[in-house]
Structure formats: C-alpha cells, structure tokens
Design a protein around this ligand. Structure first.
Ligand SMILES: [Zn+2]
Length: 226
C-alpha cells in the first residue's frame, strides 16, 4: 500500500505519525512525506536551512520513509498563499506517489499553517474523482500534533476526536522519539508536549483507549471499503 503524509512543517510528520510510519515501512509499505514549507524563519530556535534538510533526512531515514517531497511555501504565512496553489502542489504529490491512504492535519489545530494544509489536502484528496487515471483514494485521516492540535480553542470547529487507533508497540515509540530528536531545537524538557516523556505518555494513553500496547490516534474522515 502507498501512504502519503501531507504536513505543513518539518517535524509535524514525526509528531503526528512517526511510530505509524515506522511500523508501515517495516511491513513493506511505501511511505512518502510531503512537507509544504521547507522554510524555517519563524522558528524560535531555528537551524540553518541546510541543517534542517540534514535533520529531515536523518529523521526520516530512521523511520524508513521512501520519498520526501518539499515545497517552498512561507512558514506561518500559508494564509497569504492562494488555496489553489496549495491544492495543486498536494495533487502532484498524490499523483507522483500513487497514494492510496493520506494523513494530514486536523483543521481545528491552532497553528494557522496546519489549518490551511488540512483544507487544501481535503480538496486535493478528491483528485481521483476528477482524473480517472489517478490511483483511487482509500482513506483520508487527520493526525494530532502534540503542542498544536490540543490547542483547538475555536469551539466553532469540532476538535480532534480520534476514531482510529494504530498499535505501534514500544520500539516504534522509541524510534519516533529518536527520529524527532534528529531535528535540532524541537525536543523540550518534560512537561512540554514535545518531550520524550509526554510523547511516550500520549502513546500509552492512546493505546489504553483501544486496548493496545502503545498507539497513535487518528480521525478517519473518508474511507472507501478495503
Ligand atoms: Zn507544524
């Protein structure tokens, strides 16, 4: 199966589905990541761009990601980019990877780029209906990004409400934390949500919700029988 993660920034993919990517790649699936912003200028502890690309490659090597597609949309300014430009970039990523299952941000996430990524990805996910030669989509899922998704303060939009739990086990959680640590300036000390302890705790909690040994949780919003 071909999986595609569509995220706004480098590290979102690991926070949202790092352990799941490790598991899926280990089972022989093809996992690709599309990152809309390779820019880092709004990060408070920013590395140089070449360092960021090194970190990204090191991180996704650990998880077994087959392909990384990088966009150059401006960090924390996706609201200034025409919606259609984001949609077309994601559509090309879907076509190039023959993706069948897509993971993206939840639209109630406080981070404005995450919102715009989610909206554009929802529109792009329908590509197979418009272009019959495109591999049909089997499932679209929203991820939770610790330190952003839980800050869904706008109560006019439904918050993240997981209905899909993927058991990953302890080793994949360790790999997720190891992969995230490749990104300079991202990990923090507990009790920050981007600490090893908080990420391990979240995986234990999500596993406990579904009777599983560590899990990542998702909200499936479109599923075509398979
Ligand atoms: Zn982000």
């Amino acid at each position: 199966m071909n999986y595609l993660l569509v995220v706004a920034h480098p590290d979102d993919e690991v926070l949202g589905a790092g352990a799941t990517m490790y598991k899926l790649a280990g089972e022989g699936n093809s996992v690709s990541v599309c990152i809309l912003s390779g820019e880092v200028k709004a990060r408070d502890r920013r590395p140089e761009t070449n360092e960021l690309h090194e970190d990204l490659n090191d991180s996704l090597n650990i998880l077994g990601v087959a392909q990384i597609i990088k966009g150059n949309f401006p960090n924390i300014e996706f609201n200034t980019v025409p919606h259609l430009k984001l949609v077309q970039f994601i559509e090309k990523a879907i076509e190039d990877t023959n993706s069948e299952v897509i993971f993206t941000h939840h639209p109630a996430d406080l981070n404005n780029d995450h919102l715009h990524t989610s909206l554009a990805c929802q529109a792009a996910a329908r590509l197979f209906q418009r272009r019959p030669e495109t591999t049909p989509l089997k499932e679209l899922l929203f991820m939770e990004i610790p330190s952003a998704t839980e800050w869904s303060l706008n109560k006019a939009i439904n918050s993240f409400n997981p209905n899909t739990f993927i058991e990953v086990g302890r080793k994949a959680v360790d790999k997720k934390i190891e992969a995230l640590a490749q990104y300079r300036g991202v990990m923090r000390d507990y009790p920050h949500p981007r600490s090893g302890e908080a990420l391990r705790g979240l995986a234990a909690y999500r596993g406990g919700q579904a009777g599983m040994v560590y899990a990542e949780a998702f909200e499936s919003v479109f599923r075509r029988g398979f």
